[in-house]
Ligand binder design. Structure first.
Ligand SMILES: [Zn+2]
Length: 426
């Protein structure tokens, strides 16, 4: 039997283990925010991988955003070296999950099985992918104990809240230095036949318009910041949204709608602050002297961040020409450059070949509409040879009744094991 067939068989024989591991991970409710049970899930994985010969390190992102004595930001890196020198393949999964939300018909942390599915918060995003990578590595080690190079598996904190207590922290510590790690696979739920090469860019900003407070019965004595903001929103509808729709990217972003530049207005707040829920009185009659929106602008690899920002400033200036008392401020909140790994990067080529060998069809190449931890590996770690590849349907992420397919996990594990064989058995 050839190596690929032996690896596939090995993973087939570990199907029950794959299911049990996924269930165990789902049952540790690593909710973020605030960041619960991080140590528990890292210790669970350290015990498992330590028993299989990995050297394990628990690393706390001390003083990272969100880190506290109550909710420490724990990360795990497990590393195993082969019999000969070679390159390092690193599987990185985030271990945090988002809030449960409403609308569930299953226990979100029960890891119930029905048919080919395991249900639970984080099943698809991304404990199923994490489990698949662990099984892939363990199966590979059983079949190829004399491999060349190194396998690393990390379980990291806080991807759902920016990754600063996780991959960003580890990258700052040199853990994704290209001298140390040569290939990174992030098993996010992009589906088992797709390779995610990167993501669009992000700019979040807060825009504030300023007015002057006055009695609501004599609004002409004040200056309404809400009306100013209304003019901003109208200008966006008239000029900015059509402009953004016309900007198309060559990046294979999915879904199709995200192949244009997009702008979301995350929130709007103007005038009197909202009172506590138990306040039973009426609001006061005042002209709003402040109005704020938070914008979420996703930009394309063909766009320049400075131009993206200048577009908004130009829009505000157009409004100002028509409104003599118009004053505004723009504050940057967050920004990420777009990232796209080359099609011919080694990790891309070997994953594409493995997908074809396991699934009998060509791999599809996609780019994510939103960002994930690849941004830190690329920007801080300076490591370009990085993709997202893993089981699960992206549409199910963060939804009620989230699930991951058992066959999908097993197929992805086969692909990952074949990638290890390709890169670590020269
Ligand atoms: Zn995720």
């Amino acid at each position: 039997m050839d190596l690929a067939a032996r690896l596939k068989l090995e993973i087939y024989s570990r199907r029950d283990d794959l299911v049990a591991l996924t269930q165990d991970l789902i049952r540790i409710p690593t909710l973020n925010p605030p960041g619960r049970h991080y140590l528990e899930i890292c210790e669970y994985l350290a015990d498992r991988l330590g028993a299989r010969g990995f050297a394990t390190e628990l690393i706390r992102a001390q003083d990272a955003p969100g880190d506290s004595e109550r909710y420490p930001r724990w990360n795990l890196i497990a590393r195993i070296e082969g019999a000969r020198v070679g390159e390092c393949v690193h599987f990185n999964s985030h271990h945090d999950v988002v809030e449960v939300g409403h609308g569930w018909t299953r226990d979100p942390f029960g890891a119930e099985i029905e048919g080919d599915r395991i249900y639970g918060r984080g099943a698809c995003d991304m404990k199923g992918g994490l489990a698949a990578s662990v099984i892939a590595a363990e199966a590979f080690l059983a079949v190829c104990p004399d491999f060349a190079g190194t396998i690393e598996i990390s379980a990291t904190a806080d991807e759902e809240t920016g990754g600063y207590g996780g991959v960003a922290y580890l990258a700052t510590q040199g853990r994704f230095d290209p001298a140390r790690v040569q290939h990174v696979i992030i098993p996010e739920p992009l589906h088992k036949d797709q390779i995610c090469l990167g993501h669009r860019g992000v700019w979040w900003a807060e825009i504030e318009t300023m007015g002057r407070i006055a009695h609501g019965s004599m609004p002409f004595l004040g200056d309404s910041a809400i009306r100013h903001m209304g003019a901003v929103l109208a200008e966006m509808e008239e000029t900015l949204y059509p402009l953004l729709l016309g900007k198309r990217t060559e990046m294979p972003v999915i879904p199709e709608g995200a192949r244009a530049s997009t702008l979301n207005i995350n929130s709007i707040h103007g005038g009197e602050a909202e009172q506590e829920a138990d306040y039973t009185g009426l609001p006061a009659p005042c002209v709003a002297d402040r109005c704020r929106i938070v914008i979420d602008r996703r930009f394309l690899i063909e766009e320049d961040l400075a131009e993206v920002k200048a577009e908004i400033t130009a829009l505000m200036e157009r409004v100002k020409v028509r409104r003599p008392t118009f004053r505004y401020e723009i504050r940057d909140l967050f920004e990420v450059q777009p990232s796209m790994t080359e099609h011919d990067a080694p990790v891309v080529r070997s994953t594409a070949a493995a997908i074809e060998a396991v699934l009998g069809r060509e791999a599809a190449y996609v780019v994510s509409p939103g960002t994930y931890d690849q941004k830190h590996i690329d920007r801080i770690g300076r490591l370009k040879n990085c993709i997202a590849y893993g089981p699960g349907l992206l549409e199910l992420a963060h939804q009620p009744d989230e699930w991951v397919g058992i066959t999908d996990m097993a197929d992805s594990a086969k692909v990952m094991a074949l990638v290890l064989a390709e890169l670590l058995t020269p």
